[in-house]
Design a protein around this ligand. Structure first.
Ligand code: ZN
Length: 131
């Protein structure tokens, strides 16, 4: 039987915005998340990195942003996953993520099972557009 985990285990979230090829990269650019939400936008990763099989960029966000950012991404996504950051990155990426669009393979063998839960990273965006 699975343990019931407290919600407080979730320190923050990551969204991984995946793209494959130029058209999808352009869509990922057009999302303009930085102009709509207070988040930490990561670098463009045009080559697969870590457990990820496709090019992507990462969006780190606080738990309080979830209820607005996630529904907005549902309506505007290319392909992406969103996962909680707890003390178990392997579980976060492999077992507990939500996928919007088609689920992709994730190479969990490079991820640890015991780590520090990542608090939301410092915001580096200043929204000017509405959602
Ligand atoms: Zn991640």
């Amino acid at each position: 039987m699975n343990e019931v985990g407290p919600l407080a285990e979730i320190a923050s979230y990551h969204a991984h915005i995946y793209y494959d090829g130029e058209a999808q990269r352009q869509h990922a650019e057009r999302l303009r998340i930085a102009e709509r939400f207070r988040v930490r936008l990561g670098n463009w990763r045009d080559e697969p990195v870590g457990p990820h099989e496709q090019a992507m960029y990462q969006v780190s966000f606080a738990t309080g942003i979830f209820a607005t950012l996630v529904p907005w991404l549902m309506l505007n996504h290319g392909g992406l996953s969103i996962h909680p950051n707890t003390t178990n990155p392997k579980r976060d990426h492999l077992i507990d993520p939500i996928w919007i669009g088609r689920a992709l393979a994730v190479h969990g063998e490079v991820l640890g099972e015991e780590d520090e839960a990542e608090e939301a990273l410092e915001v580096n965006t200043e929204p000017t557009l509405g959602m």
